[in-house]
Design a protein around this ligand. Structure first.
Ligand code: NAG
Ligand code: NAG
Ligand code: NAG
Length: 632
């Protein structure tokens, strides 16, 4: 009797130990997953608390032996999903990480988790190919609104329990595999770059399951009678076929432009409307002035007291505080930013930028600064300068910033048209409206005015140090402003190692490691060449040789007739050749090797304005003549 009891007791103990071991391994996996991400302290996952009863977003099996579901939608998770973390949760059936800021690949160990039934990863910024393997028990697979590339993996063919498959708004290519999925009820492959004909097994789905794939044909879309044009989707800046394929760097550049352009292009229309609305609201609130003091104090109050005690009570109010620049309503706080849906806009030398849409619809750009070396005081002083200089129409204004030990953020307004770079190089080919000459000149001139403002403040002691076309933001009416001023001085990157500036960096900067106003003029000159030639600042020449744009232009001008230099897109606009040649001369003087031979930015502005004035008269006259002729 006694021995039976002790045997039973032992059995129980062993059972409990096994359970504990399993749960503990799940716990370690979850902790490793969380440790690889930034989550703004919104996960209360602590090693000393119970996974099953107190961790946010975690649900266990009935016997508390395994983790059954992890649901963390819109938790402001930044970063990539590490392999060997969630992929170890053997019993996981539901995984929802939708509407976060996840980047990088989807690890194969997650998609193939043996028990997985529901996988929700939509609205992130995941990249790379789809995993080849998916768990055969999947019922819902949602990967929409990410940046996946590559083909739809045939592994999906084996998911015979699959009911929902959403992959819209990615960059998937290739044909759609013949998916004979009898349980499939909902399918969305819209807005990818898929091609070929729709397999008969999927023709029962509506048009809206396939739209936005210009190379896709057959029912329910149009018949495949017209042979799809073999032109690449993003024809390169210049004749890419002329370059040996080993220039990966170059190809990558084009890729990222294409991404930016797609984002900019797709959103532009919708954003215009919202910006307009916001502008109205903003103006109205700002205009009330003193009369609105009551309203104002309530805005300020929001900052001091964290809204949601349950999520941020621990940290105290001060830590969560965004500092707003003068003239901007402090109508959101850090919590709002973290809660906002966001997408990656791009990665720059100073950090990654995200577009965040706040719950009230406000759109802002949040830049996470990386490798900030300056302390809080220095950071604040620099922000003060940036705030002051941002009060010029051609210098991008910052709205707010945030400084803590682990996180430095700057918040600025979202600019609807994207960057000059995206407008010049993005989405070349079918469907693109080329940027006309007048707009190119207008944007360049306004950027020059922005630089002039920076150069003239505080007795000329400021230098921008990172002038390039992707740092010139373009607004709704093609008004331009220079962004990114003053951030690089906070960072820890040596001038010579910063790859981003390659192509724009003046030759002397490499030696002296110092940016000057004249090196800004050099970079501006490269940007002028860029808009004149439509080419990227680095050009592949013969074989392995890579030329920067100034040297490329020199080599072409020396060997051939000057007009070979200009962007083919500009050739359709009449009577601008003379002006382009004059502009080319200005650009070449800016990129003189000797800094002393370069004009200063004031002189550059005067020169550009002169050629505008001297040419605009006879240009419009000859255009009228053409009109006349047409009417006759
Ligand atoms: C768990 O550990 C953290 C520090 O790691 C501590 O702040 C917290 O009070 C601990 N909680 C419990 C319930 O012991
Ligand atoms: C697929 O997604 C696109 C983009 O979100 C949407 O417009 C379309 O209506 C969806 N199609 C279906 C069948 O739900
Ligand atoms: C551009 O490519 C086309 C076709 O590949 C070729 O015929 C043409 O010579 C190339 N032009 C230049 C400037 O390399």
């Amino acid at each position: 009797m006694c021995s039976l009891l002790s045997f039973l007791f032992l059995l129980l103990c062993v059972h409990a130990l096994v359970i504990d071991a399993d749960l503990n391994s799940d716990k370690q996996a979850l902790l490793a997953f969380a440790a690889a991400l930034h989550h703004g302290h919104r996960l209360n996952w602590e090693a000393n608390t119970s996974v099953c009863s107190s961790w946010i977003g975690v649900k266990c099996t009935a016997d508390q032996s395994h983790v059954l579901a992890v649901r963390l939608p819109a938790k402001g998770l930044f970063g990539s999903i590490a392999t060997n973390t969630l992929g170890k949760l053997d019993s996981l059936q539901v995984l929802s990480l939708r509407s976060n800021l996840l980047i990088g690949n989807l690890p194969a160990d997650i998609s193939s988790l043996p028990s997985l039934r529901y996988l929700y990863l939509q609205q992130n910024k995941l990249t790379g190919n789809l995993p080849a393997l998916f768990s055969s028990g999947l019922i819902v697979l949602d990967l929409s609104y990410n940046s996946f590339t590559g083909k739809i993996s045939v592994g999906i063919q084996k998911l015979d329990r699959l009911s929902v498959l959403n992959m819209q708004k990615n960059s998937l290519i290739g044909p759609i595999p013949d998916l004979k999925l009898s349980k499939l009820k909902h399918l969305n492959l819209s807005y990818n770059n898929l091609d070929g004909s729709i397999p008969s097994s999927l023709q029962k789905f509506p048009t809206l399951s396939f739209t936005g794939n210009s190379l896709l044909c057959g029912p329910p879309l149009l018949q495949c009678s017209v042979v799809p044009s073999p032109s690449p989707i993003f024809p390169p800046v210049s004749n890419l076929s002329a370059f040996p394929p080993k220039h990966k760097h170059f190809a990558k550049k084009i890729g990222s432009w294409a991404v930016i352009a797609t984002i900019a292009g797709g959103l532009a229309g919708f954003l215009m409307l919202i910006m307009l609305l916001l502008l109205c609201i903003f103006k109205k609130k700002g205009g009330k002035g003193g009369g609105a003091s009551k309203e104002k104090s309530s805005y300020a109050g929001k900052n001091v007291k964290p809204k949601d005690e349950s999520t941020s009570g621990v940290q105290g109010a001060e830590k969560n505080k965004l500092t707003f620049f003068e003239g901007f309503l402090d109508n959101f706080d850090l919590e709002d930013l973290l809660r906002a849906s966001a997408e990656v806009l791009g990665k720059g030398s100073c950090g990654t930028s995200y577009k965040a849409v706040l719950e009230d619809g406000t759109m802002v750009v949040v830049k996470r600064l990386k490798e900030v070396i300056s302390g809080k005081r220095e950071f604040e002083q620099q922000m003060e300068i940036i705030g002051r200089l941002g009060k010029h129409p051609n210098v991008a204004a910052l709205r707010a910033y945030y400084y803590s030990k682990d996180e430095k953020l700057v918040v600025s307004d979202f600019v609807p048209n994207g960057s000059f770079s995206a407008l010049l190089h993005g989405n070349r080919g079918s469907g693109r409206t080329p940027l006309d000459w007048d707009t190119r000149v207008k944007i360049s001139l306004e950027a020059a005015h922005g630089i002039k403002h920076i150069h003239s403040e505080s007795n000329g002691k400021f230098v921008h140090g990172n002038i390039k076309s992707s740092n010139v933001l373009v607004g709704r009416n093609y008004e331009a402003c220079v962004s990114d001023f003053g951030l690089s001085s906070l960072m820890n990157f040596p001038v010579t190692r910063s790859r981003i500036m390659v192509g724009y960096r003046a030759p002397e900067v490499v030696e002296t490691r110092k940016f000057t106003q004249k090196s800004d003029v050099y970079s501006f000159g490269v940007m002028l060449l860029e808009m004149l030639t439509g080419k990227s600042p680095l050009q592949s020449a013969r074989q392995d040789e890579i030329l920067d744009l100034p040297r490329w232009v020199q080599s072409v001008v020396r060997e051939e007739w000057t007009s070979e230099v200009f962007d083919a897109e500009l050739m359709r606009f009449p009577n601008i050749e003379e002006e382009m040649v004059q502009m080319l001369q200005i650009a070449m003087s800016c990129v003189a090797r000797n800094p002393d031979q370069r004009p200063n930015i004031n002189e550059v502005i005067n020169l550009i304005e002169e050629i505008r004035q001297s040419n605009s008269g006879n240009r419009s006259a000859s255009e009228e003549k053409i009109e006349d002729r047409r009417q006759r």
